[in-house]
Design a protein around this ligand. Structure first.
Ligand code: ZN
Length: 128
């Protein structure tokens, strides 16, 4: 089960909008993401809220991990979108591991539209 997050609070993805008017409708399945960037943001928020089902269902069926544990003590502390062009989004994520260390990685993700719905295909990660 995802963590409860008050809909009126700023969306975890950092858009500056409330959760209710940003990623929540996507998480609830009320709306589909219109762009790869929107999907990327909602997937980040899903990691933040430990919404495993959403992360899995927005993966390309052929690339979907068999299982995924988001209850791993990692806290997601920031998302920066660097570039969103056609079906690719480049972003950085900062996170804190249970031992208190802060990490930052940068990824260029690829997305594909399947049956009218954007899904995450894969990405190139650089850890720094
Ligand atoms: Zn959002």
């Amino acid at each position: 089960m995802p963590v409860f997050y008050p809909p009126v609070k700023p969306c975890p993805c950092g858009s500056g909008r409330s959760y209710a008017s940003c990623c929540q409708p996507l998480h609830l399945g009320v709306k589909w993401s219109e762009t790869p960037e929107q999907l990327m943001r909602s997937r980040y928020s899903a990691y933040f809220l430990q919404d495993t089902a959403y992360v899995l269902e927005t993966c390309h069926p052929e690339k979907r991990p068999a299982d995924l544990d988001l209850n791993d003590g990692i806290r997601y502390t920031g998302l920066t979108i660097h570039e969103a062009v056609r079906d690719e989004v480049e972003f950085s994520v900062t996170l804190k591991t249970p031992d208190g260390h802060t990490h930052r990685f940068r990824e260029r993700s690829r997305f594909e539209r399947l049956g009218g719905r954007w899904v995450y295909v894969d990405g190139n990660v650089s850890i720094r």
